[in-house]
Ligand binder design. Structure first.
Ligand code: ADP
Ligand code: MG
Length: 192
């Protein structure tokens, strides 16, 4: 399946989800991640902030869990650089305030820079993934460029409302595959 076809299919599948389904599925995904051992040795975890009205996975359950239960773990998120191409990373805390950027993505107002090499685990938003860990995002390649600058052992975990695609996704040379995928009913591990 090519990436464009997967984007179209999974964008429309997402649109069919009700607000209640988005909430319940987001909670299940958060619980699966929390129960896993993936984050147990992590010092810095990167979590995306959900875009309102885009039917994205609501990561607030995970963010609140780490703030409340594991304040020793640093949580960071991304801001789009003024060049519109790269991501900058900043720490978030329970007192962080956010303002929507031009794409309606909430961005932290206070900046506390985090270096890509210090990130131990990245949670990735995606539209679809396949049984080999190939992923399809919104088509701007932000995460492919970001992950290229992270340390080689960074743990990449994709979050999806849907199970892996039946057909494999055609990956490009620059695509960085996932190590794990989480859908509402399961955690998938991909061999390297
Ligand atoms: P997504 O990963 O968001 O689904 P794609 O993988 O289709 O999107 O990538 C979108 C664009 O980003 C591509 O046209 C590609 O040129 C660019 N891109 C991705 N990774 C890199 C990279 N490491 N260096 C330069 N450009 C990149
Ligand atoms: Mg890509």
């Amino acid at each position: 399946m090519n990436k464009d076809a997967a984007r179209k299919l999974y964008t429309s599948k997402r649109k069919e989800l009700s607000t209640g389904e988005i909430r319940e599925n987001s909670k299940s995904i958060a619980e699966t991640f929390i129960k896993s051992d993936l984050w147990k040795n992590c010092t810095v975890i990167h979590i995306f902030i959900s875009i309102p009205d885009k039917a994205e996975i609501d990561t607030s359950f995970l963010i609140d869990f780490f703030f409340e239960q594991h304040p020793e773990i640093k949580i960071c998120t991304s801001i789009i650089d003024t060049n519109g191409q790269d991501l900058l990373h900043t720490c978030i805390t329970p007192s962080t305030t956010y303002i929507p950027n031009r794409w309606n993505i909430p961005e932290p107002v206070e900046r506390l820079a985090v270096h890509e090499q210090d990130i131990d685990l990245v949670l990735l938003p995606l539209l679809a993934f396949d049984s080999k860990g190939n992923r399809v995002g919104y088509g701007k390649g932000f995460y492919d460029r970001f992950l290229q600058n992270c340390k080689s052992e960074v743990i990449k975990v994709g979050l999806s409302f849907f199970r892996p695609t039946d057909e494999l996704i055609e990956a490009d040379t620059w695509d960085v595959p996932l190590d794990y995928g989480i859908s509402p009913d399961q955690l998938y591990a991909f061999k390297k």
